[in-house]
Design a protein around this ligand. Structure first.
Ligand SMILES: [Zn+2]
Length: 104
C-alpha cells in the first residue's frame, strides 16, 4: 500500500519528538475531453460531492467529450450518413466517435 505513488509522504514530528511518516492521498485529476483535452464541465472529482448528476453528463458522449466536440461529431456523422462527406475527409481521432454514432 505504501509503495503507491497516489499517496503523498508527509514527514511529521509527534509531540513526544518521534519522527513519523504520514500518508495522504493525492487529489485525482479532473476529467478531460478525449479530442481537445480541455477540462470537462459539470463533473466534480471532489469527495464530498457524490451522486448521479455530479458523476457524469447525461448528454451523448457525456463524460468523454466536451459539448463543443460532441456537437461537431454529431454534425460530421450526419454529413457522412447522407453522403455529403467521406469518412476519409475527417481526422482519425474524430473518425472513431463518428463510427460509433453511425453504428447505433
Ligand atoms: Zn473537446
Amino acid at each position: 500500500m505504501h509503495r503507491s505513488r497516489s499517496l503523498r509522504k508527509l514527514d511529521r514530528v509527534t509531540p513526544k519528538d518521534r519522527h513519523v511518516i504520514h500518508y495522504k492521498r493525492r487529489p485525482g485529476s479532473l476529467p478531460i475531453c478525449a479530442i481537445c483535452k480541455s477540462e470537462l464541465n459539470g463533473i466534480s472529482n471532489a469527495s464530498n460531492k457524490k451522486g448521479r448528476t455530479t458523476a457524469t453528463n447525461s448528454r451523448l458522449f457525456g463524460g468523454v467529450l466536451c459539448a463543443r466536440c460532441a456537437a461537431n461529431i454529431i454534425t460530421l456523422a450526419s454529413r457522412i450518413e447522407y453522403g455529403e462527406m467521406k469518412l476519409n475527409d475527417i481526422s482519425i481521432v474524430e473518425r472513431a466517435y463518428v463510427l460509433q454514432m453511425i453504428s447505433h
